[in-house]
Design a binder for this molecule. Structure first.
Ligand code: PDD
Length: 291
């Protein structure tokens, strides 16, 4: 190997910085203890936010949901939500990033392995880094999706790091040549493996009701508000899986996907992005970027 190849690369703030229990360091190489409850038990909650051109989108909504998720698993956050917001702003400044992905994770801390709650402070990790590069073709042409059985627990409204069923569903979709899974529980459509789902049925926008079976997505909530503003009729209700083949349009929403049309579900072609999807995708893109 040449000397050049051996030279350690200098981490740059713009590659991402992480705040761990009060210290800020480059993401690359940052660690938490082996017995962190997040690692041992997936005992924690998280949030993913976006910043566009230096402007954070829906911070308040995300921090509110973080507090709700933490309360839902009886986890005391080590900082208040306004304090967490201040850390995020500090990291945005220190990285100098305009477009960024913000990740916040709180766990029940590190202690000798025991299922009972430990008597130690919780751990908070917050990072800011450039967003993942995405293939623009996906939005231009729409994605493929397959339906899968929703094998998750009964509190999908909490954003916990226990994501194994989501991981397995996403991988099964990928292995089937699809991008995302449409999850179905007891005959009812719930959501994607990492996104919420909308259908267009006879001109009406339909999305599964936000109960314990789905994560109340921040993008979902903003899309519903935009639909109201655009006078697109919409309803939140239980959706049967046998309604899926009747949908004229389908789309997923999430912080990282924004609004993504479905071009094929279980081998059936759909208009993607269809007219309602396109209107909402454009409206959301402008709204999230403050235009
Ligand atoms: N996922 N449903 C699930 C199961 C999710 O994991 C997500 C988000 C959503 C959409 O929520 P929001 O619009 O608030 O991002 C719905 C994030 C992005 C993730 O885990 O990376």
């Amino acid at each position: 190997m040449t000397e050049r190849a051996l030279a350690p690369s200098t981490p740059r703030a713009a590659d991402g910085l992480v705040w761990i229990d009060g210290d800020i360091r480059p993401i690359d190489g940052a660690t938490v203890p082996l017995e962190d409850r997040g690692f041992m038990f997936a005992d924690g909650v998280y949030e993913v936010l976006r910043a566009y051109a230096g402007r954070l989108f829906a911070t308040h909504d995300h921090l509110e949901r973080l507090a709700r998720s933490a309360a839902g698993i009886r986890l005391a956050l080590p900082l208040t939500t306004p304090e967490i917001g201040e850390v995020v702003v500090e990291l945005m400044e220190q990285t100098g990033l305009g477009d960024a992905e913000v990740y916040i994770q709180a766990t029940r801390g590190a202690a000798r392995r025991n299922h009972l709650f430990p008597d130690v402070p919780g751990r908070l990790v917050i990072w800011v880094r450039p967003p993942r590069a995405m293939n623009a073709d996906l939005w231009a042409k729409g994605c493929k999706a397959i339906t899968l059985v929703d094998e998750r627990w009964a509190r999908c409204d909490l954003k916990t790091v226990s994501l194994l069923p989501n991981v397995l569903a996403k991988q099964a979709a990928y292995d089937a040549g699809a991008y995302e899974a449409v999850l179905v529980r007891d005959g009812f459509v719930t959501e994607g493996s990492a996104s919420n789902l909308f259908l267009v049925l006879n001109g009406e926008l339909v999305t599964p009701v936000a109960d314990n079976r789905i994560l109340p997505g921040i993008t979902r909530a903003h899309v519903l508000r935009l639909a109201e503003r655009l006078e697109i009729p919409f309803v939140e209700r239980n959706v049967c899986d046998d309604e899926l083949p009747l949908a004229q349009e389908l789309f997923f929403t999430s912080t990282s996907l924004e609004v993504l049309g479905v071009a094929e579900l279980d081998g059936r072609a759909l208009a993607a992005p269809g007219p309602v999807t396109t209107r909402l995708a454009e409206a959301f893109a402008g709204h999230a970027r403050g235009n």
